[in-house]
Ligand binder design. Structure first.
Ligand code: NAP
Length: 248
C-alpha cells in the first residue's frame, strides 16, 4: 500500500482556515513537500492573498472558498476538487474559533458556546462527510482534526494541570467533541487505508489568543504535519501533541 512520505508529489491536500495562523503554516509545509494544497478560507480576499503568498514561495497553492458554517461552500469546494483531481489525499480540519464571551460554566455566554460548537465541531463533521467520497478514492488518505489539549477531559479534570485555569465551556467542549469525531470516524474507517487523528498544536502565538501563545506557528503546525504524512503502519483514532499521545 502506498504511503505518504516527505517526497510526496502529486498529492492533493485541503486545509481549512488556512489564510493565517497554524492553518497557513500547515498549508505551507504540505506545499513544501510537493503537495497541491487547497488554501481554504471563508473570506475570498484573505484566502486569495494567502494562496498567492505561498505561490510566491514556489508552492502549488490554490485558494478555495470554504466557510465551515456554510454548507453550500463546503459542497462546492468538494465539487471543485473532484472536478480537478477526482480525489483528496489529505484533509486538515484546522478552522476554529475561540469566542471572547466563552468562559467558565457558570458565566459563559451560551450563544458563544453554540457558535463555538458549530464552528469547531459541527463544521469539521460536515467537511469530513463532504470530503469522504474523495478521500476514499485516495490510496492512503489522512484526516487530521486540529484539536487542543483543552479538549482533554482528563486534563480538564486535573487541578494540577498547568492550563487547569483555562476553562472555556464552549471551546473545551468543542474540542472534546471534535475528538469524538476522530475516534468514531477512525472506527468507521478501520478497514480502509484512511487514518484519522487529532492533533494538539500546543499554546501557539496566533490571533486566536491575541498572540499570547508561547510557541511559533512552525511548532504549532508540527504535529498536524506529522499526522498528515503518517506511513501505512501509523496510528488511527489517536490524539497527539509534539510531546506524544494526549490523554482523552
Ligand atoms: P487563528 O490564527 O485565529 O486562525 C483561525 C483560522 O480559522 C482563520 O483562518 C479563520 O479565518 C478560520 N475560521 C474561523 N471560523 C471559520 C469558519 N466559519 N469557516 C472557515 N474558516 C474559519 O487561530 P489558530 O491558532 O491558527 O487556530 C487554528 C486551529 O488551531 C484552531 O482549530 C484552534 O482551535 C487550534 N488551536 C490553536 C491553539 C493556539 O494556541 N493557537 C492551541 C490549540 C488549538 P478568518 O481569518 O476568516 O477568521
Amino acid at each position: 500500500m502506498p504511503s505518504i512520505d516527505s517526497k510526496t508529489t502529486d498529492r492533493i491536500a485541503l486545509v481549512t482556515g488556512a489564510n493565517k495562523g497554524i492553518g497557513f503554516e500547515i498549508a505551507r509545509q504540505l506545499g513544501r513537500r510537493g503537495m497541491t494544497v487547497y488554501v481554504a478560507a471563508r473570506d475570498r480576499k484573505r484566502g486569495s492573498a494567502a494562496a498567492e503568498k505561498l505561490q510566491g514561495e514556489g508552492l502549488a497553492a490554490r485558494f478555495i472558498e470554504l466557510d465551515v458554517l456554510r454548507e453550500e461552500t463546503i459542497r462546492s469546494a468538494a465539487a471543485t476538487i473532484e472536478a480537478a483531481h477526482g480525489r483528496l489525499d489529505v484533509l486538515v480540519n484546522n478552522a476554529g474559533i475561540a469566542d471572547r464571551e466563552d468562559g467558565l460554566p457558570s458565566r459563559a455566554n451560551l450563544d458563544a458556546v453554540r457558535r463555538t460548537l458549530l464552528t469547531n465541531f459541527v463544521g469539521p463533521a460536515v467537511v469530513a462527510q463532504a470530503m469522504l467520497p474523495l478521500l476514499r478514492r485516495s490510496p492512503a488518505a489522512r484526516i487530521v482534526n486540529v484539536s487542543s489539549e483543552l479538549g482533554s477531559l482528563a486534563l480538564n479534570a486535573d487541578p494540577e494541570w498547568e492550563h487547569a485555569w483555562a476553562k472555556f465551556l464552549g471551546y473545551n467542549a468543542s474540542k472534546a467533541a471534535l475528538n469524538m469525531l476522530t475516534v468514531q470516524l477512525a472506527f468507521e474507517l478501520k478497514d480502509t487505508p484512511i487514518k484519522v487523528n487529532s492533533a494538539g498544536p500546543g499554546y501557539t502565538k496566533t490571533d486566536l489568543n491575541d498572540n499570547r501563545g508561547t510557541q511559533t506557528v512552525e511548532e504549532g503546525a508540527a504535529e498536524a504535519i506529522r499526522l498528515a504524512l503518517l506511513p501505512a503502519d501509523g496510528p488511527s483514532g489517536g490524539f497527539f501533541s509534539s510531546a506524544g499521545p494526549v490523554a482523552w
